[in-house]
Design a protein around this ligand. Structure first.
Ligand code: FAD
Length: 366
């Protein structure tokens, strides 16, 4: 069969572009992935105990984009789910992101108003001129004590370097609150697919013009057969690392099943200062499944392995900009997704970017 497009990577980026090209333009697509399953890092399945687990850690869908939400709603029904996270600090669990309850629990206050907490932050925060990294970002917002209790250890473990070596955007992803809102996200839409992500992905790719080949690596595919390529793998890999490797952070996941209904009070527990793992996730809180057993995953950050997180700092940005310039020169190859654009994007941002890419390719705005 002759294909119009080779799409590399069957995560959100690859599947969304494939779906649009096939259903809106009638293009014939070969979608490949080196893994054994579609869905990229959002892949989930039911384990041997009947519990739905997410193989690459918790994936909470949240967005303010009507456009992205209504597009994905063609392929999934939704369960409304608001994520909550507790961090283990000095022998107690406190809400993350930091809120009034966190401050009261950590420092023994009984603050009841936003104003009291605001004044507390004002008394703690440090005056730092230009913010150039994540440590400065946090200390300028909440001061050294909170930085050391909640941010320094977690960030150092996750990224394998001190927060002072990371761009402000890393710790800037989390809000700092004065109220008692303990939700992790405040987006308008906070959902997970009722039948799981794997089912969302199989609907996304069900068009007859999309042919999928798993366990297939891009390097093993004769690319001269394809007029156009959409590449959602690591951009440095595509160019044979000519400018060196871009830094990525990886993870090792350990799954444990317990013979009891729940082991945590919320879906996610963070461990900023103890243990080698950074967080523990209990999936039944997310999926709402009923089962007398429960499965959790522990995440151990590691140096090498699957590239999960692009590392945002000045060095990686300067390497990426060279690859980006090379990519700009190619007429028939498009780069998309978290790895193809080397951006620490959430799922909704990847979907939005992929829809925009399709608009660019098709020359239409839908
Ligand atoms: P991916 O999902 O990484 O898919 C890329 C695919 O390309 C992979 O399947 C890979 O095997 C394949 N591939 C790469 N190179 C090749 C090659 N050479 N040949 C063939 N195939 C190749 N986002 C949220 O919105 N909410 C969350 O709660 C959330 N939690 C996350 C937790 C973790 C631990 C991680 C790592 C990410 C999380 N994300 C979350 C981000 C989310 O995973 C991404 O935004 C999204 O999955 C990116 O989709 P993608 O298609 O760009 O990349």
């Amino acid at each position: 069969m002759k294909y119009d497009y080779l799409i590399v990577g069957a995560g959100f980026a690859g599947c969304v572009v494939a779906e649009r090209l096939a259903s809106k333009m009638g293009k014939k697509i070969l979608l490949i992935d080196r893994r054994y399953h579609i869905g990229g890092n959002a892949y989930d399945s039911i384990n041997e105990y009947g519990i739905r687990i997410q193989h690459y850690g918790p994936h909470l869908f949240h967005t303010n984009s009507e456009y992205v939400f209504s597009y994905l709603s063609h392929f999934a029904g939704w369960r409304h789910y608001e994520h909550r996270v507790l961090a283990w600090v000095h022998g107690k669990f406190v809400p993350m992101p930091v809120n009034r309850t966190t401050i009261n629990l950590l420092f023994g206050y009984s603050f009841t108003t936003d104003d009291q907490v605001k004044k507390f932050y004002e008394s703690e925060r440090e005056s730092i001129g230009e913010i150039t990294n994540s440590e400065e970002f946090v200390r300028s917002k909440v001061g050294k004590k909170l930085y050391e209790l909640l941010y320094k250890g977690y960030t150092t473990k996750q990224w394998g370097c001190d927060p002072s070596k990371l761009s402000p955007s890393v710790c800037g992803r989390l809000p700092v609150r004065t109220n008692t809102d303990d939700r992790y996200f405040t987006d308008k839409y906070q959902v997970i697919p009722t039948d799981g992500y794997a089912s969302l992905f199989s609907r996304l790719t069900s068009h007859q013009n999309i042919h999928i080949e798993m366990n297939t690596n891009f390097v093993d595919v004769p690319t001269n057969r394809y007029k156009r390529i959409v590449f959602t793998g690591p951009i440095d890999e595509f160019f044979g690392y000519v400018y060196g490797t871009l830094p990525y952070r990886s993870l090792r996941f350990e799954f444990k099943t317990y013979d009891q209904e729940y082991v945590q009070s919320v879906a996610q527990q963070n461990y900023p200062n103890d243990f080698n793992y950074i967080r523990s996730t209990e999936y039944k809180h997310i999926t709402g499944q009923k089962n007398r057993k429960t499965t959790i995953s522990l995440e151990y950050p590691i140096e090498t392995g699957d590239p999960y997180y692009p590392v945002p700092n000045n060095n990686s940005e300067s390497i990426y900009s060279k690859y980006f310039s090379l990519a700009q020169k190619l007429q028939s190859v498009y780069f998309a997704g978290r790895l193809g654009t080397y951006r620490y994007y959430n799922m909704d941002q990847v979907v939005a970017g992929s829809l925009r890419l399709f608009e660019k390719i098709s020359g239409n705005t839908f």
